[in-house]
Design a protein around this ligand. Structure first.
Ligand SMILES: [Zn+2]
Length: 252
């Protein structure tokens, strides 16, 4: 049996590296992007970076709120087999009620920003569902730390406790969605595959490298979301430029 956990809140200076035999990974990471790739296949005119942000907006806001001290986590060594994150207070991002609010808010924004009645409905539904997919996928891997309402009635199936299974799940979700999406990737096909390779490598590396302290978890995840969205933007920009005149006009 493991010894009693040592809790460290954000701001504590103790290094995780000082703890032996300790290899956590971050929260569900690349699996969330499966929703973005699936959405791209369903609505090819939507920008991939927009879909990358949509699938992770709940975690992006979570990272910002954690760094601001509004939502809270603590590092508990061995908390799950996959990571040490005791995400004990996140009512504004990861409750079912807030996730629904973020999804509806994103759908409404897209509705208002998209011209044309058919296009705006499609954009709003696809983006709204992509945002809501985050909570559904988190439900699979999180231990019961996802509140149904504000900070109460917490749920989670806890698949993080099966470390290899959780990793395989992430990779399988990503590559199944990638295969589904590739028919609409066009000239960017190889870049999509390369991006999938980089994302898979990031997921594996995250099993071997741990952030030195709790605040770093939020910082590193935010940086990853930003970098992957930038990569998606670059892929779309360079591919659009190389096929100018042949590709259908982007939906705005
Ligand atoms: Zn999350």
């Amino acid at each position: 049996m493991p010894s009693l956990p040592t809790w460290r809140r954000i701001g504590d200076n103790t290094s995780l590296a000082a703890i032996p035999d300790h290899q956590p990974s971050p929260a569900m990471f690349i699996g969330h992007y499966s929703a973005a790739f699936a959405a791209k296949r369903i609505a090819p005119a939507l920008p991939l970076p927009l879909l990358f942000i949509a699938c992770q907006i709940i975690d992006i806001v979570w990272g910002a709120l954690v760094l601001a001290g509004v939502e809270k986590l603590r590092i508990v060594p061995g908390f799950t087999a996959s990571n040490d994150l005791d995400l004990y207070y996140m009512p504004y991002t990861h409750s079912l009620s807030s996730a629904l609010a973020w999804s509806l808010g994103a759908a409404l924004l897209c509705w208002l920003a998209t011209p044309g009645s058919a296009a705006r409905l499609r954009t709003a539904v696809v983006v709204g569902v992509t945002v809501s997919s985050h909570w559904t996928l988190d439900l699979l891997v999180h231990v019961p730390d996802l509140p149904l309402w504000f900070d109460s009635m917490k749920v989670g199936l806890g698949w993080w406790n099966y470390r290899i299974f959780a990793l395989v799940l992430e990779l399988a979700l990503l590559w199944l969605a990638m295969a589904f999406c590739l028919p609409v990737a066009g000239a960017a096909r190889k870049k999509y595959l390369a991006l999938g390779g980089v994302m898979s490598a990031l997921q594996v590396v995250s099993l071997l490298h741990q952030p030195p302290e709790a605040a770093s978890v939020a910082q590193q995840l935010l940086l990853s979301y930003l970098a992957l969205s930038a990569a998606a933007w670059w892929i779309e920009k360079t591919s659009t430029a190389s096929t100018a005149g042949t590709a259908p006009a982007a939906q705005r």
